[in-house]
Design a protein around this ligand. Structure first.
Ligand SMILES: NC(=O)c1ccc[n+]([C@@H]2O[C@H](COP(=O)([O-])OP(=O)(O)OC[C@H]3O[C@@H](n4cnc5c(N)ncnc54)[C@H](O)[C@@H]3O)[C@@H](O)[C@H]2O)c1
Length: 306
C-alpha cells in the first residue's frame, strides 16, 4: 500500500509528533515517556477532568524526580513544553506521525476512535493501540491502513516498566513492526515482538498460567495460599507470590477478564475458578477491600491468610 509522507517506511526520523489518545493511568505516563525521549506529544482525552488529573499527576511525579536529583529541572521544563493536552481529537490528530491509543478497554469505542482518526490523521501515520486484550485484527479494519496498525503494549506503571510488547496482526507490514521496535528502543524501553497475534500476548499469558496453576494447587488441597506464595518467592525469585499479586491488583480484575474470555471461547479452562468466584461474590477483592486471599489492617499491613 502506498503511504505518502514517509520516504523509507522504517525511518525512525519520520516520527516527530505523537498523539496519545486517553490520558488515564496508562496514556498519561506513556505521554510523559515519549516527551522525555524528545518527542512532541499531544495528549487527548474526552474528559477535561482526566486531562487535569494527568497534568497534575505528571507534574508532581516530575517535581519528585527533580527533588530527588533523578531529573534535571531545566530538562523537565522543556519536556512539559513538548507535552500538550487537549479534548479536540480532530485538531490534535491533524499533523501526527504515530498514534498510541490508550482509551478505556471497550471495543466499539476504540473502533470509533480509530475510524475518526482515519479521517483526520495523515495517511502515513502509524496507528497503535495499547489495549491489553484487543488484538490488531479486532481494530485495524476500522481504518483503511491495516498495514500500519499494531499493538504497542506498555505495562503499568509505564514510566517504570521496561517491557513493551509489539503485536503484529495478519496485515501489519514488516516495516511497521520494525519502526515500532525502533521507536520503543528510542524511548528507552525493551521491545518484545509477537510475530502473530494471540489474546493476552506474552507476559500476561505467562502470569495468568502461573496464577491458574497456583489456584489449582490450592483448590486441590496441595498447599496453603501462603505456602504457594512462599515457593514462588523463595524458589523462583518472584517479587511476590500469585495470591499476593491478585490481592494487590484486585481479584475482580482477573475474574472479569476470565469471564469475558470464557464468553468468547466457551472453553472450561477459561472460566473463573471456584475459589476466585466465591471471593468475588463475597466482595473480598484483595487489598482494596481489606480482605482477599489475605487479610489486611486499616493501614494495609498484611495480617496473614484470610
Ligand atoms: N491499567 C493497566 O494495568 C493497563 C496495562 C496495559 C494496558 N492497558 C490498556 O490501556 C488502556 C487504558 O487503560 P487505563 O488503565 O489507562 O484506563 P483508565 O480508565 O485509567 O483511562 C482511560 C481514559 O480513557 C478516556 N476515554 C474514555 N473514552 C474516550 C474517548 N472516546 N477518547 C479518548 N479518551 C477516552 C477516559 O476519560 C480515561 O481518562 C486500555 O486499553 C487497557 O487495556 C492497561
Amino acid at each position: 500500500m502506498e503511504h505518502l509522507g514517509r520516504e523509507s517506511p522504517n525511518d525512525l526520523a519520520t516520527i516527530k509528533r505523537i498523539l496519545v489518545v486517553g490520558a488515564g493511568a496508562m496514556g498519561s505516563q506513556i505521554a510523559l515517556v515519549c516527551a522525555r525521549a524528545g518527542y512532541e506529544v499531544l495528549c487527548h482525552d474526552v474528559a477535561e477532568s482526566s486531562l487535569e488529573r494527568a497534568r497534575k499527576d505528571l507534574r508532581s511525579r516530575s517535581a519528585r524526580d527533580v527533588a530527588k536529583g533523578r531529573r534535571d529541572a531545566g530538562q523537565e521544563a522543556a519536556v512539559f513544553r513538548r507535552l500538550v493536552f487537549g479534548t479536540d481529537l480532530d485538531a490534535l490528530a491533524r499533523d501526527v506521525d504515530l498514534v498510541i491509543e490508550a482509551a478505556v478497554e471497550n471495543l466499539d469505542l476504540k473502533r470509533r476512535i480509530f475510524a475518526q482518526l482515519e479521517e483526520v490523521a495523515p495517511k502515513h501515520a502509524i496507528f497503535a493501540t495499547n489495549s491489553s486484550s484487543f488484538v490488531p485484527s479486532k481494530l485495524a479494519d476500522a481504518t483503511s491502513r491495516p498495514d500500519l496498525f499494531c499493538n504497542i503494549h506498555f505495562f503499568n506503571p509505564a514510566l517504570v516498566m521496561k517491557c513493551v510488547e509489539i503485536v503484529a496482526g495478519p496485515e501489519t507490514s514488516a516495516e511497521t513492526v520494525e519502526l515500532a521496535k525502533a521507536f520503543v528502543v528510542r524511548i528507552g524501553k525493551e521491545p518484545v515482538v509477537l510475530k502473530k497475534e494471540i489474546p493476552g500476548f506474552i507476559a500476561n499469558r505467562i502470569l495468568n498460567a502461573v496464577r491458574d496453576e497456583a489456584v489449582f494447587l490450592y483448590e486441590n488441597g496441595v498447599a496453603s495460599v501462603d505456602s504457594i506464595d512462599a515457593a514462588c518467592r523463595t524458589a523462583l525469585g518472584y517479587p511476590m507470590g500469585p495470591f499476593e499479586l491478585m490481592d494487590l491488583t484486585g481479584i475482580d480484575i482477573g475474574y472479569f477478564t476470565k469471564k469475558a474470555r470464557f464468553a468468547e471461547t466457551n472453553d472450561p479452562k477459561d472460566a473463573p475458578s471456584r475459589s476466585v468466584t466465591e471471593l468475588v461474590e463475597r466482595g473480598d477483592l484483595g487489598r482494596k477491600t481489606g480482605r482477599g486471599w489475605y487479610e489486611y489492617a486499616e493501614d494495609g499491613t498484611p495480617l496473614g491468610p484470610a
